[in-house]
Each structure stands twice: as C-alpha cells, then as structure tokens.
Design a protein around this ligand. Structure first.
Ligand code: F6P
Length: 322
C-alpha cells in the first residue's frame, strides 16, 4: 500500500481531529501518502482533496469539530454519487480509505465497498455512542461531560427556586447520552427511546417522590417517544399544576468543545489502529476498543448494533436519585 485517503463524515464529534492526526502521522511513519477529502462523502464526490502531511495535522489534537469539515451527503445515497466517489478514489491511486464517522458513514462505506476493491476502515466518530464493536465512540465522553457541566449549572437555579427542569439532550435513536449524563448529574429521571411508557412511569415516579424535595432534573433524549422536552413539560403541568417547570434544550453545545483526555487517547488509538489495520490487510471493518483491546468489527455488525441499555444502570439511577 502506497497511498491512503481519509475523510470525516456525518455529525462532527470532539476527538475527530485527534483521530485524523493519528491517521496521518501513522501513515507518514509507514511512508504512505495521505490525501484528505473535505466535507465527507460529498467532498469525495466533488473531488475536494488536499494532501496531508505531519504539519497539516499539527496543533489539532485539542480542537473540537473537524478540520477536514464534514457533511451529511444525500448524493452519496445515490448510485451515481457512489460511482463518482469510487472513480475519484481510483483517479488518485488510493488503495485504502479511512472513514471517520457514525452509523450513516458506515452504511455509506458498505455501499462503496460493493463497487470498489479499495480497502475501507472506519473509525467510530459520533457523540451518540450508538455503534456495535466499541465500548465508546469518539465524541461520546466529551459530550456527556458537557451535559453534566450544563446540568450542574441548571441545578443551581432549580434548587434555588424549587423548580422542575426538563433538560433535552441529543440522541435521536439512542438514549446513551441521556443515561450516562443522567446518572452523572444525579437526575431524578431519564426518558429514552429504548424504554417504553416513559411518560406514565414518570408521572408515577413524580407522585411518589419525596415531598421535601423541591427541585427535580428530568433528562429527555430528543428521540424519546414522548416527543421531547415540551411534550414532557405539558404532561407534567397537567398532572402537577403547582410545579414550577422550566425547559432547557442543550442542542449543539453537546457536539462542540475541546475533547476530553479520554477522548483524545481513544481517538488516537483508533486512528493509529485504522492505518495499521489497513497495512495488515483489514478491510470493510470498523476499529473499536472493547475492554481496552482494539478490535475490528464488520461494518454490518457495527451499524445500529449498540449493546442497548444496561437495565441495571436505569434501576441504579432510580434508586440513587430519590
Ligand atoms: O448523530 C449525532 C447527532 O448529534 C444526533 O444526536 C442528533 O440527533 C443529530 O446528530 C443532529 O444532527 P444535525 O446537526 O445534522 O442536525
């Protein structure tokens, strides 16, 4: 192998830059040329390429976002788009591609792998942590720390005014951000897409809650069946008209910011292992870290196959936050 390509795709996530840095520097160490495609698959279709070297990735390990830029490409979901992307890789003499992104990125990689012999390796970059084959995705640790920091601040007001705060966090298909940040911030309840009847259960929980407790924090994942923070607030108001309720939707602050140390180390390990994996013949797999060991998982198993939620963690949260 003489030349590889790299791109970041889908929603940006803190740690993507650390991963990119590791890909480029590991490739340089092994005397590989590296071409970067900007704006993910969209840029691959448009041939938006730049040559990358040691210097191109200097001083980025601490930066959020992605210096390669990213996009959610609708054209890459068409046969013509995928063909154009494959042709561009061939034109540049690329023999291996590292795609840093989430579920959509790896579905795209599966489609691309059907029409090109180029070896593709994925690095899991998404704040949602909703992939199989890895304990943590790049961006998740930083995102949950961002949420916890925000909720700590919100709690100051909640506690001072004896208010109920509904905090909506990201995760349209997965409640893993809500679950961990909920436990970490001592939330009274969490509502997540993986569990059913969340609203009636919440009402029951509120009815039974300690009467001497003035403030409450309820974390809702954006993809929960309740329909989000406003719907949850309406339902609580109907059942508990005396509650003083406020809503806070954290939104994209969860995707930004400097990656945590854990994130940087995991992202570096994954970027490094993507390149060493390519060199040792891996293809059409995602790099992950499971129980501290680097593993390669077939894209088909990685997509939307997160381990689901540990029911014990939900139970623990309910016991601890009385
Ligand atoms: O997949 C990451 C994520 O942040 C989800 O949690 C969220 O639903 C989505 O991206 C938002 O995407 P966009 O920034 O394109 O609106």
């Amino acid at each position: 192998m003489k030349k590889i390509a790299v791109l970041t795709s889908g929603g940006d996530a803190p740690g993507m830059n650390a991963c990119l840095r590791a890909v480029v520097r590991t490739a340089m160490y092994h005397k590989l040329e590296v071409v970067g495609f900007k704006h993910g698959y969209e840029g691959l279709i448009n041939d938006e390429h730049i040559n990358l070297n040691h210097k191109s990735v200097a001083n980025i390990i601490q930066r959020g976002g992605t210096i390669l830029k990213t996009a959610r490409s609708a054209r890459f979901m068409t046969d013509e788009g995928i063909k154009q992307a494959a042709d561009n890789l061939k034109k540049h003499g690329v023999e291996g591609l590292v795609a840093i992104g989430g579920d959509g990125t790896f579905r795209g990689a599966i489609a691309l792998s059907k029409i090109t012999p180029i070896a593709i390796i994925g690095c899991p970059g998404t704040i949602d942590n909703d992939l199989g084959g890895t304990d943590f995705t790049i961006g998740y640790d930083t995102a949950i720390n961002t949420v916890v920091e925000a909720v700590d601040k919100i709690r100051d007001t909640a506690e001072s005014h004896d208010r109920v705060f509904i905090v909506e966090v990201m995760g349209r298909d997965a409640g893993l951000i809500a679950l961990r940040s909920g436990i970490g911030s001592g939330a009274e309840a969490i509502l997540i897409p993986e569990t059913k009847n969340d609203l009636p259960r919440l009402m029951e929980r509120l009815k039974k809650s300690r009467k001497d407790k003035g403030s409450k924090i309820i974390i809702v994942a954006e993809g929960d069946e309740s329909g989000g923070a406003y719907k949850v607030a309406d339902e609580i108001k109907k059942n508990f008209p005396l509650f003083d309720i406020r809503i806070s939707i954290l939104g994209h602050i969860q995707r930004g910011g400097s990656p945590s140390c854990m994130e940087r180390v995991n992202a570096s390990t994954m970027g490094y292992s993507a390149v060493t994996g390519l060199l040792s013949g891996q293809k059409n797999v995602m790099v992950g870290i499971v129980n501290k060991v680097v593993v390669y998982t077939d894209f088909k198993k990685a997509v939307k196959h997160h381990e689901g939620l540990n029911e014990n963690m939900i139970k623990m949260m309910e016991i601890l936050s009385v």
